[in-house]
Design a protein. Structure first.
Length: 323
């Protein structure tokens, strides 16, 4: 078995332009045996090598790299194979190591994609802040649920090495610095997933970073509710829940009977009587914040600087080979 010829068709003459980021080259391989295997076809002389630079006739385009080769044997003429060599545009740092590694996958532009992930949350109040309760004023148990969405970002890039420690260190970590235009507390790393990706005789890792963004931050923000409240020595409502001299008493209904269902509190240990659903507890700093404040609530996730991961930032230039 042997390859008789490799001919590029004219279909690819006008497939590439400076405005395109990828293109295909179509080639026809002829064998002298219908039982020829695909590997012999894709490695035949004249077929581009994976990760090679686009070269055709007298044209060489740096940065346009062959990323896949797909052979298909013709059913009506089994001696012939149609081969599609696909090229993608990548940013290449040609100055690295004197330009000797201008096709190094580490220098390629990372693949970046975003989407929204749907989940459900309890619906305790409407968009006007009115509590969702029955005609007697009791909250529904279980509460109604509503759809919510988080923005999810995925960044995939080639790296020369990886380890489990980095993945474990950053798993479920919240940003302590500004990341992708959001302030600290809004972004969380879901996971860092490596995949072995050997290229020619070199070992690379294709690593995907998954980050989710939450509009109200990642702190746990329970509404302040309880069966008891706080009073001072004179029986007045609490003004400082941290005061050690306060007394804890049961909250009672209009018939002076202790309530059995937690009622909204005001963040100071007092029953809310204005009909609202309550406030987020604990407070942030010296004052109670709105539910959308990332600083309010309990810090349940570790906080780390995302900048140390050197992930792409859309505010930087493509010219350096990194977003």
């Amino acid at each position: 078995m042997s390859i008789v010829s490799v001919v590029e068709t004219n279909e690819t003459d006008a497939l590439w332009s400076p405005l395109q980021v990828n293109c295909d080259r179509n080639l026809v391989v002829k064998s002298d045996d219908i039982t020829e295997n695909w590997y012999t076809v894709v490695t035949a002389s004249g077929i581009p090598a994976i990760y090679s630079t686009y070269r055709r006739n007298a044209i060489t385009i740096q940065g346009l790299i062959c990323t896949s080769i797909k052979p298909k044997q013709r059913k009506d003429a089994p001696l012939f194979w149609d081969v599609v060599a696909h090229y993608d545009w990548v940013c290449v740092n040609v100055s690295r190591n004197g330009g000797n590694y201008q096709n190094d996958p580490v220098d390629w532009t990372p693949k970046i994609s975003g989407d929204f992930v749907k989940y459900q949350v309890p619906c305790n109040q409407d968009i006007h802040g009115n509590p969702i309760v029955c005609s007697a004023g009791d909250p529904y148990d279980p509460p109604f649920m509503m759809d919510a969405h988080r923005f999810q970002l995925k960044i995939t890039r080639y790296e020369t090495s990886t380890n489990a420690q980095t993945a474990l260190t950053y798993q479920d970590a919240v940003n302590s610095d500004t990341f992708w235009g959001v302030s600290p507390g809004y972004a969380k790393i879901i996971g860092i997933a490596p995949e072995l990706a050997p290229i020619q005789s070199y070992v690379y890792w294709k690593v995907t970073y998954t980050i989710e963004f939450r509009s109200d931050g990642w702190n746990l923000k329970p509404l302040d509710k309880g069966l008891r409240c706080l009073i001072d020595d004179d029986g007045n409502p609490s003004t400082n829940p941290d005061d050690p001299d306060l007394t804890i008493i049961e909250i009672t209904d209009g018939n002076n009977i202790p309530v059995k269902t937690p009622v909204p509190l005001d963040g100071l240990g007092n029953e809310l009587t204005d009909g609202s659903t309550g406030v987020v507890y604990p407070k942030a700093g010296s004052s109670y914040q709105t539910y959308s404040s990332p600083q309010s609530g309990y810090e349940i996730y570790k906080s780390m600087a995302f900048s140390t991961l050197n992930l792409p930032n859309p505010g930087l230039s493509f010219a350096s080979g990194v977003l």
